[in-house]
Design a protein around this ligand. Structure first.
Ligand code: KMH
Ligand code: ZN
Length: 273
């Protein structure tokens, strides 16, 4: 099996300090959280950023400042900014972080959906194609965010059309209200749909985070954890940092005999340039 790549989704755009005071807002807080997650075993940081008051932003300047702070602390970590941003943002807002320096990947959301209930996360084919073109132009590797089976089908179709390039890297997300459930049956079903030459990270939302991580470690996938997806360390106990969640995955991987990839090894596995 490949060594395990752990992605830390340290901030997100839909959770706030009112939910968990450890959610980072300031440039310094984001730098510290990324550094601690890296030291715990993460090789990729999936990055959203905030204004100091916590409001989500896709501002290029703010991303630049946060990326510089992360790189100053841990130069080797792989940074993957979000092009999803927060629900309701325009395409022009969302695309901005890919025009920063020091990044190697970018998230690319593969379809529209109800997101967490009554909000609509809009990703039309025009948006996806536009983002994909810009991401490849910058020599970045897109991480294809799939919240349901149809989004994988869209990726496979777009690969045939030449919009996406093999080998593709997927992030399969389980347990968003509006997306696919976090069940073993559905996880196996989605993983079986992926091309043989692709790589995949699996993400479980909320209380499913560690359950999905466990399955991914066992099945040869990679793992994403972090406060973006889940604010609890265990039932009723808030995580006090992203690092605690990464540490939990590392402990499980150690018990299950799966080695952790360094950023250098993650770059090789993902074919980053
Ligand atoms: N904030 C979510 C609506 C991504 O980063 O590409 C979307 C999201 C996905 O977080
Ligand atoms: Zn995200």
């Amino acid at each position: 099996m490949q060594k395990l790549i752990i992605t830390a989704a340290i901030c997100g755009a839909e959770v706030f300090k009112e939910d968990n005071p450890a959610i980072p807002y300031t440039i310094k807080e984001i730098g510290i959280e990324a550094e601690k997650a890296f030291l715990a075993g993460a090789s990729i940081i999936h990055l959203h950023v905030r204004e100091d008051d916590g409001s989500p932003t896709q501002s290029k300047e703010r991303f630049n400042a946060c990326i510089n702070e992360i790189k100053r602390r841990v130069s080797e970590v792989i940074i993957m900014p979000s092009t999803g941003g927060a629900v309701g943002m325009s395409d022009q807002e969302r695309i901005q972080p890919i025009y920063t320096e020091g990044i190697e990947m970018a998230s690319l959301d593969m379809g529209s959906m109800n997101f967490g209930g009554d909000e609509i996360f809009k990703n039309t084919e025009t948006t996806i194609k536009y983002f994909a073109r810009e991401i490849y132009k910058r020599n970045l590797k897109p991480e294809l965010e799939c919240f349901d089976k149809g989004m994988i089908d869209t990726a496979l179709r777009m690969e045939k059309q030449g919009v996406l390039h093999s080998p593709m890297h997927f992030n399969l997300v389980f347990g968003v209200r509006g997306g696919i459930n976090a069940s073993i049956r559905d996880l196996v079903y989605l993983m079986n749909e992926l091309p043989n030459d692709s790589t995949c990270t699996l993400t479980g939302i909320g209380r499913f985070e560690i359950f999905i991580a466990f399955l991914s470690i066992a099945l040869g996938g990679h793992v994403r954890v972090g406060l973006e997806d889940n604010i609890y360390l265990s039932k009723g106990l808030l995580a006090n940092s992203n690092a605690q969640l990464v540490e939990k995955v590392v402990r499980m991987a150690n018990e299950m005999g799966r080695d952790i990839a360094s950023p250098y090894e993650a770059r090789k596995i993902l074919g980053l340039k």
